[in-house]
Design a protein around this ligand. Sequence first.
Ligand SMILES: [Zn+2]
Length: 138
Amino acid sequence: MDPRIALRRQRARRREIRTDIARAGRKEAQRRWIARVDLDAIPMPAWAAERRIPGLTFTESAVWLRRRDAKFLCRLDRAAGGSPGYAETEMRRCGVCHRPLLGEDAVYRRRLDESAVTGRMKSCGSECAEASKDGRWR
Ligand SMILES: [Zn+2]
């Protein structure tokens, strides 16, 4: 199929969902994209450590950031002769325990959040209630 047609259909479908959500008086969930950078040539800068997404992998060479920050960090690494790893994914936090969900899990969570007025109060899994109590993802 022509990718433009596929994209048009996808947009139309999204528009339908949006209309349904609005008609039911629910709130549409914003999609949030983040990126992981695996540094090659430079050590992790302090600013990147400060701006990392809490609750996700963070090492001397790997960090999850907002895309703008991630692209900037890649530029710095490449300027130093490196070839950094870069991967984008959708992210969404559970409204109950604050756990960060990535990729397909984030898409599922977003649809769950949009599914009902109380969608954001639904649990993300078996450890959700416990995690919410001890605040491990806060
Ligand atoms: Zn949860």
